[in-house]
Design a protein around this ligand. Structure first.
Ligand code: PLP
Length: 326
């Protein structure tokens, strides 16, 4: 069969879809990252980080891999670990959807669920204490480098260099930092918007810390939380490069989830909550611009991962999210 590929070779090179019908002004396009083999863009970093670790002998046969994750990187590492024959331990927070938890377990990985505030540190300590290989996606420079080498060039090529704006949420901030660095090197005028969930702290760190040149800045602690997974953080990571970000827009759970439902109803796109954040913010950006401007965003993962949450009428009612289908 001359045309058959290995499944792992299907990572990346996702299609770009046209969402301009959702805007009043500029053109809007989105990368279908939910079409990656484990249904999220995180397959890209999992593949690159493991390949680089193997090439530099940090990861050897029979080693154990540890990965702290809001879920998707865990799914990707568990999938690739299974293919490559490593033992894999994934540490997620109790916010991680059951669908993602079961997806991780389906690849025979060991799953550890801990409190949301502690899961990153828990994974680090587990790796240090046992001499396991730590994916360390929050601080690993290979994370942004993945997008610098793949997603950025794909977007540049697919828009024939016409992109004027890039909009993306962040959790490790590898995607926005690496993609924006590539795009701005190609064309400095490209504007980059970070879409941050309401009650994440990154909006505040950007405007009150980074832009005011105050590295000691600490936001006031809040007890408010948000529903969307894989977006926002309590504090910046080492992967976050504020210098390539031009503005930060806040998006509420209601805005993100309503956008997901609208994408399903109007475009047949079934995507996760962070894609709702991205498309909502990208629409705000697009509506300020002119028709010749080209805004690009990312549909980061598949809605199947949240069937029991943002697509479950009971969950929506419990969390006071208004929707047409409850
Ligand atoms: C669904 C989803 N969207 C967006 C992101 C944010 O990407 P990044 O970690 O590169 O900032 C993540 C990361 O966990 C994710 O899982």
């Amino acid at each position: 069969m001359a045309n058959a590929s290995k499944f792992i070779d299907l990572i990346g090179k996702t299609p770009l879809v046209d969402l301009t019908s959702l805007t009043r002004a500029a053109q809007l396009y989105a990368k279908c990252e939910f079409l990656n083999p484990s249904f999220s863009m995180k397959d890209r970093i999992a593949k690159y980080i493991l390949e680089m670790a193997e090439a530099t002998n940090q990861l050897k046969p029979d080693d154990t891999i540890v990965c702290s994750s809001s879920g998707n990187t865990g799914c990707s590492i568990a999938m690739l670990g299974a293919i490559k024959g490593y033992s894999v331990i994934i540490v997620v927070s109790d916010k991680c959807s059951m669908e993602k938890q079961n997806h991780i377990k389906s690849f025979n990985a060991t799953l550890i669920v801990v409190d949301e505030r502690d899961y990153v540190e828990y994974g680090k300590k587990l790796a240090q204490d046992n001499d396991y290989f730590d994916v360390n996606q929050y601080d690993n420079p290979y994370n942004p480098e993945t997008y610098y080498k793949t997603l950025g060039p794909e977007i540049w090529k697919e828009t024939n260099g016409k992109i004027t704006h890039f909009v993306m949420t962040g959790s490790t901030f590898g995607c926005i930092s690496g993609t924006a660095k590539f795009l701005k090197e190609k064309k400095q005028a490209i504007q980059v918007t970070l879409a941050d969930p309401l009650y994440s702290n990154i909006h505040s760190y950007y405007y009150n810390g980074y832009l005011k040149n105050n590295p000691q800045y600490q936001p006031v602690a809040t007890t408010q939380s948000y529903l969307i997974e894989g977006a926002g953080k309590q504090k910046p990571t080492q992967c976050l490069d504020f210098s390539v970000i031009d503005e930060v827009l806040q998006v509420s759970d209601q805005e993100a989830i309503s956008t997901c439902h609208k994408l399903a109803e109007k475009e047949g796109l079934f995507v996760g909550g962070s894609s709702g954040i991205n498309v909502f913010a990208a629409t705000i950006v697009a509506n300020r611009l002119k028709r010749e401007d080209v805004v690009v965003t990312v549909l980061a993962d598949n809605g199947i991962k949240y069937l029991s949450k943002i697509y479950d009428p009971r969950f929506l009612t419990q969390n006071k999210i208004k929707t047409s289908y409850v």
